[in-house]
Ligand binder design. Sequence first.
Ligand SMILES: CC(C)(COP(=O)(O)OP(=O)(O)OC[C@H]1O[C@@H](n2cnc3c(N)ncnc32)[C@H](O)[C@@H]1OP(=O)(O)O)[C@@H](O)C(=O)NCCC(=O)NCCS
Length: 433
Amino acid sequence: MAATGNTKQATLKIDDKSVELPIYSGSVGPDVIDISKLYGQTGMFTYDPGFTSTASCESKITYIDGDAGVLLYRGYPIEQLAQGDFLETCYLLLYGELPTATQKKDFDDRITKHTMVHEQMARFFQGFRRDAHPMAVMVASVGALAAFYHDSTDISDPKQRMIASMRMIAKVPTLAAMAYKYSIGQPFVYPKNSLDYASNFLRMCFAVPCEEYEVNPVLAKALDRIFILHADHEQNASTSTVRGAGSSGANPFACIAAGIACLWGPAHGGANEAALQMLAEIGTVDRIPEFIKAVKDKSSKIRLMGFGHRVYKNYDPRAKLMQQTCHEVLAATGHQNDPLLKVAVELEKIALSDEYFISRKLYPNVDFYSGITLKAIGFPTSMFTVLFAVARTVGWISQWSEMIQEPNYKISRPRQLYLGSEKRDYIPVDKRG
Ligand SMILES: CC(C)(COP(=O)(O)OP(=O)(O)OC[C@H]1O[C@@H](n2cnc3c(N)ncnc32)[C@H](O)[C@@H]1OP(=O)(O)O)[C@@H](O)C(=O)NCCC(=O)NCCS
């Protein structure tokens, strides 16, 4: 345990027995009570479904202050990192420090040179139905990378861990673009090493062999920023899944595939799609009051999608940057009069001045504007979560690597509150009544 400040103690009283539990302080944020010896001392487990009050690990990567609306990667505010580029953020998350100019160039070169996937992968894709969801294809194809790099990935060797991490950051966009191309029946477009990360991704998604493709720099910049905003978010469900899978010593490509599977769910990566659908259903600004009324009516079960967050009880700092990016993209693509944007802007204004939302601390989250933005860039809704996976790959692999480096990391093995049958005897089927 490397946590600092083990001077405070918590006392837990159970009947007439007292147990002293050490309290640790992080560099910022809430203290934690160490309950790892509780079972040995009391024979009891703690109970915290959904981990709402449980820190599952130590980490030095990302910090969120949900009440203040703060998101830091390695101590740097997201707003400041958004001035740089995504590969700089990748370097920071992986290595812990911002790169020098030489380190940055070297890192960019190395990522660029790993973007191609084994040609056999193209044949692997042919096995999927054309209408397969691209997230299903991502889970399978990223998992399949484990088959290409299993023997060459000794996770106890820091060098090999870093090579695996770079391969992952480089190849996941290539697979994502292939998943998209396959779904629309177009040929795969190979990566182009002269382009930056986001431009290369746009080209792999939208170029066709029969004509030249010019990357729109505004869209590339916007996508790059979207990647930065989604790069990491501390111990969320998919990251915890990656750590959980990796805790058994599994192949890192397989662990990232597990993270992608978790991200796929509507409660995690799918919310921007839901927000876009909601805006389309509202349709016009004059229908907003009726919609807000329905949201406030608990029996309707309607939620304002893209609003509220488990951790942020203040404006999600990523949402502000996403709103700005949205306006830039819509202007660059000639969609500045998009009715969905008008609905979004007005809906946000109304909700932020409404007592229902104010009293519950419900603010726009990153998903409120990201759906409209991605749609304007040209992505179909089925690709939204795939783009999230491309961006989050660096967060997952950085968290995985941090865990493996921890000398005493343990396999994740939560306990349970068992409510099933007590021991009972088996009766052969012909004797059951
Ligand atoms: C993200 C989310 C699941 C967080 O939920 P949570 O922290 O567990 O908050 P709760 O579900 O306990 O909600 C607290 C209160 O706010 C209300 N609320 C929360 N989000 C709401 C929303 N988007 N629209 C309307 N009411 C909402 C709840 O009804 C509840 O009201 P009550 O106290 O009167 O019962 C929730 O805000 C949500 O469903 N948002 C919409 C989906 C979304 O955008 N998800 C993306 C997250 S990045």
